[in-house]
Design a protein around this ligand. Structure first.
Ligand SMILES: Cc1cc2nc3c(=O)[nH]c(=O)nc-3n(C[C@H](O)[C@H](O)[C@H](O)COP(=O)(O)OP(=O)(O)OC[C@H]3O[C@@H](n4cnc5c(N)ncnc54)[C@H](O)[C@@H]3O)c2cc1C
Length: 287
């Protein structure tokens, strides 16, 4: 229950943070809200020699509307996402999903950057970012680059982040007015990670689904973009046959582990149920 010893660094600019990470090498880890990293350290599943605390870097905070995009600094907390009218109005699925993360104590400290950068397949926000076609700004000693959320996740805890790089911001294209959205998360109890969850963002025209994105949480080693499932409903009025086809196409890409949340077959089954529920609720919200 007691972490190994480490040196603590508290830079005040991104430039200083990436310089520190580059000079300290692989034994250094960024520290954001600490609500994934510190429990891992206490279990000695992570034993970094250096922690680079991002908490004093003011430029990593904040939610800004820039034209047709919402730009969110990596150190914006999940609580701040929930408190933001801009988020609730522009990307209501992010508000809905943030409310389903853990409990208020975790959300007061846990950050959007830590949640999406960690690469934990159980985290809720990666699937939301994939459904919204968001991108991440990654900054290292050599400069910044943009990576689409859909290209970022490579395996459990493996992402496109290079050693020494920080995820500094999340950029979300604001979905059109009247879009439908839903995040359906099955969990064993309040505060738990998902047994299975599905996110849907869609638009309808004349009652017919025009565009659709479906993504999945905790049903594989990474969040999943279920492209074939979305194709199964585009051009339909979400009749039962279309819903069943979408659920089956989503289940075809799921590969959950059998664990304390249930056997793999059960998790795939409820994963399909989450897809049909999210599609139905998203369609009802679309105008
Ligand atoms: C009891 C409990 C229940 C939880 N339930 C849920 C849940 O239901 N759903 C959910 O989504 N999450 C859940 N979480 C996780 C929570 O949301 C974490 O806060 C979040 O996953 C990590 O964010 P953080 O800011 O705390 O990051 P930290 O724990 O500080 O960091 C996590 C990892 O990401 C790296 N990192 C952090 N920020 C950056 C950055 N800007 N650039 C590069 N690397 C970075 C760190 O080095 C570390 O490896 C739960 C946590 C707890 C303790």
């Amino acid at each position: 229950m007691i972490p190994g010893s480490f040196s603590y660094h508290r830079p005040t600019t991104v430039a200083d943070a990436v310089k520190l990470l580059a000079s300290l090498g692989e034994e250094a880890r960024p520290l954001a809200g600490g609500h994934s990293l510190v429990p891992m350290m206490k279990l000695r599943l992570a034993t970094p020699e250096h922690l680079v605390d991002l908490g004093r870097i003011a430029s990593l905070k904040g939610i800004r509307r820039q034209g047709d995009r919402l730009e969110i600094g990596a150190m914006t907390t999940q609580h701040e996402l929930l408190a933001s009218k801009e988020v609730a109005d522009a990307v209501p699925i992010l508000h809905e999903a943030a409310l389903l993360i853990a409990d208020p104590q975790v959300r007061y400290l846990g950050t959007i950057g830590g949640n999406v950068a960690n690469g934990d397949p159980g985290n809720d926000l990666p699937a939301i970012m994939m459904a919204l076609s968001a991108s991440y700004t990654l900054t290292g000693a050599k400069g910044s680059r943009e990576v689409a959320a859909r290209d970022f996740y490579q395996g459990a805890y493996f992402t496109a982040l290079e050693p020494g790089e920080l995820l500094t911001a999340v950029s979300i294209p604001v979905p059109p007015t009247g879009h439908g959205y839903a995040y359906e998360k099955l969990k064993r109890k309040v505060g738990d990670y998902a047994t299975a969850a599905a996110a849907v963002v869609l638009t309808k025209k004349g009652g017919v689904v025009e565009n659709c994105a479906i993504t999945l949480t905790n049903l594989a080693e990474t969040a999943l973009f279920a492209e074939a499932a979305a194709k199964a409903v585009i051009g339909t009025r979400l009749e039962p046959a279309a819903l069943n086809a979408a659920a089956a196409a989503a289940q075809a890409v799921m590969s959950p582990a059998s664990d304390a949340r249930g056997p793999a077959e059960y998790r795939k089954h409820v994963g399909g149920v989450m897809v049909t529920r999210a599609l139905t609720r998203a369609a009802a919200r679309a105008t």
